[in-house]
Structures are given as structure tokens and as C-alpha cells.
Design a protein around this ligand. Sequence first.
Ligand code: ARG
Ligand code: ZN
Length: 497
Amino acid sequence: MHRRFTVPGAVAAASLLLAIPASAASFSPGAPGIGDPYYPYYGNGGYDVSHYDLRLTYQPATDELSGTATISARTTQDLSSFDLDFLLDVDEVRVNGVTARFTTSGEHELVVTPRQPLAEDTPVTVVVRYHGVPSTKSAYGFTTWHRTPDGAVAADEPESAWWWFPSNDHPGDKATFDVSVAVPDGTQAISNGTLVSTSSQLGWTRYNWRQNKPQATYLTTLALGRFDITTGTSEGGVPVINAYSKDLGDNDGAARASVERTGELVDWLSGYFGPYPFDSAGGYVPNTTTGYALETQTRVYYSPAQFANGSNTSVVVHELAHQWYGDSVSVKGWKDIWINEGFARYAQWLWSEHEGEGTTQQLADYVYASHPADDPFWTVKPGDPGVDHQFDAAVYDRGALAIQALRNEIGDTAFFRLLKGWPQQHAYGNASVADFVTYAEQVSGKPLAALFDTWLFQPVKPAAPAARAASFAASPAGVEQPRSWKKIEATNDVHGR
Ligand code: ARG
Ligand code: ZN
């Protein structure tokens, strides 16, 4: 039962209009947002998507993208209309085969009104035919569709979908994907999952990519350009597909020396996090001028800038760690970003220790000692950083420090059981910081609310843990910077779009 209008007056008024059945009063518009306080208009209410089928054509010379999105969903309320998040120009919308009215609203809402209202808990198929030049579209004054000299890339967090497919754009509604894109011969289309097939016809090549595990919309990526694609299989049996722009210039060697280690690093991370959750792994390096990397599911996005100072396995470890922490287990709301970034950063610390470039404890001590109590760093609460600090360095560094504090509290046996258990517990789903606290208490058998409150939720520098106080007293001049530090920080040092 889900009734928006239960006031007797509304029912009575509706019954007066004899043409409308009394129950029609319960059909209402789906909300324009999924209910995330950080981003009130991201995602939508009233339905849940299970699959996106995108069949597109892209012309790199003009940045023209056109095609059809077929969305399989289920209603979660009686709907008179519903929204999709989208910026391109819509030619036609069909709901369950029948043309529907549509209009735009707000910054990125496509409002669809089916001819017949949709009853709660029924399957619905939405077909959207569209076209447009994504690089000319913006919302809130920005675009995250990145043009390159030979094509374009869609990869950003928390939003990248609006520029290329209509969606329920929030990690709270994950779905499987078929992404099929035709590009002129000589151009490649890179996306998530497995390359099921390619076909060539009349000067165009179509790439058919499939992601058969639930995937958040922001983790769905598309790159169009001239790429060199490499394939292989990790020792542990994970198929690897990587792609490098043919236009990486001086960064080409270091990019390959880093990303070609994907299989090895997936296997290494499996030792901590359990079996790799997806059918394939890999990364791609387009010729973009952005600075960041992004954990796009199974096919990580790397900016060439990440390799400008030589090879960087640390960033590869970070993005691959997200495949468990962030991609398979996704945030419930964007305030839960710590369960992504804290753990991806901690994986870099584990890799640093493995490489002999600083132990996790040395890195934790360095973070602690290098930020004095009056540093604004400590005002950021990794457990709920606020929309303006979602990707603040504190979410990563203070976030990983919190994980080291947890490890010291519960001991290595419980800690590593927790690290491996969590991705199993919530595989392919969503979880919150609160869920993590509950699970950590379960696995360790210890009350941990106070510890998490101190390290994740207080806007002040925590007192040094007793066990560490002695070592801070012994080195009043500060703690030596671990050798891995600069590479680790380079993962998130470019925050611009
Ligand atoms: N999740 C990404 C990472 O830490 C961060 C992306 C930040 N977004 C941005 N546009 N800079 O790997
Ligand atoms: Zn990250």
C-alpha cells in the first residue's frame, strides 16, 4: 500500500468527476530526486531500473551522439509521471510501447507522462530516442563530457551520465548494462565489462559491451577515440582488457607500465578483499587533460597526468580497490563516501607496506603528525563530510587513519576478517557508514561506536591513541614522510573537473 493522497476530501473530489475512477487519486508524479540530501535532484523517485540497453552512434569529428536507450524498470509507487536525468535532445519516448508526452524541467530532468498511469510494482519498459552534441550541454554551469582531440570521454563522479544516456542517476539504483556504440572505422569505443562482439559495416564499427553485474550510473563509462586495446588474463583467472589512447605522447610508456599490472594487482588485492567481484578487469587512458582517476566499474579511468612523473602502481591499486569498496558495494547516499575512499586509500597504504615504502602505521602516524590541531583538515568529518568536502583530502587521509585506528583497536585477525567479509556481506548492493559500524562490531565482538565517532564524526583532531603517544613524544620534530607519500597523494591531488 502506498497512498500519497489519503485525505478523504481528495477521494471525494475525484469521485465527483465520474470519468476518473476513485483510485486514480493515488497516482502521483515520481519525485525529481531519489532523496539524497547532498544532491536533492540526483536520481528520481517511483521506479527502480534493472537494465539499460544503449544503442548509440558517435561521430568524433562533430561530437554528435544519437541513438536509443531502452530502460527496463519496475514501479515502486502508482505513477502519473516520472523523471529521468538527462541533457540531450529527445526525439521520442515510449512507455510500454506507447508514445508518451515528455518535457524538461530543472537542471537535468526529463519528465515523462505516460498515456496510462502506471500501477505500483509493475514492470515498465521505457524507450528514449535521442540525439545531441554532449559537449554543448551543461547543468549547474558545468559539463563532465570531456572532449579529446579524437573523440570524447564520459567519466566523472558523482555525475557523468546526463551527457550520454537517460537514467535514474544515483548509486541507489544500480542496473546491468548493454552499451553498443557505432563509430567510424579506426575509432574505438571503450566501455564497461566484456567486449561481446564487434561488427563492421559501411565504414562504421560497432562495439558491443556488456556489464552483467549491477553497476551504478556514475561508474558507467564511455570513451571514444583512437585506442590501442590489450587483452590478457591474470594468474588468478580474471580476464583483463586495457586501452591506451594512441595520443599519449611522453606518458605512453609510464601509463602502460602501470595499467598493464592490473591483473597482478587484482590478484594481490583479492588476498585482502576476497574474490574479484566482476567478469573482467582493466583500465583505460584516454588523451584527456583532466587530472583524476575514477573507479569506473571493471574499466578504470586514468588521466594521462597520473603518469606524468613516471609509472604509478599506487593509483592503480586505489582504483582497483574500489571495485570491491565502491563498485560492488556502493554507497547508499553520497554522505557515505568514506566506505569508498577511506578503503581505497587504505589499500594504497597496504601496497606501500608491501613495496617497502612505508608501513600502514608509518603512514597513519604521518597523517596524524603532519596536521596540527588547528589545521582545517580536522574539521572535515569523513563519516559525513558535506557536499562541499565530499572529495576533500581528509576523506581519504583521515578516512584511512580511522581504519588504522580501528585495526589497532580490534587486532589484525578481526581486522582482516572484516576487510574480506564486508565485500561479501553487501556484494552488488549498497551500504552506509552506519552499516559498516554495525558490521565491524559484529565481526570483532567489540563496541566501536565511540571509536568511529572520534575518528569519523568529530570536527576536531582526536587525541593520540595511547599506544602511539610515546612515539610522537619521541620525535617532536615530526614524523618522517614515508617514501610512498607523494605517489599516494597524487591520486587525488587534482580536484578540478
Ligand atoms: N573516486 C575518485 C577517486 O578517488 C575521485 C573522483 C573525484 N572527481 C573529480 N571530478 N575529481 O578515485
Ligand atoms: Zn577513490
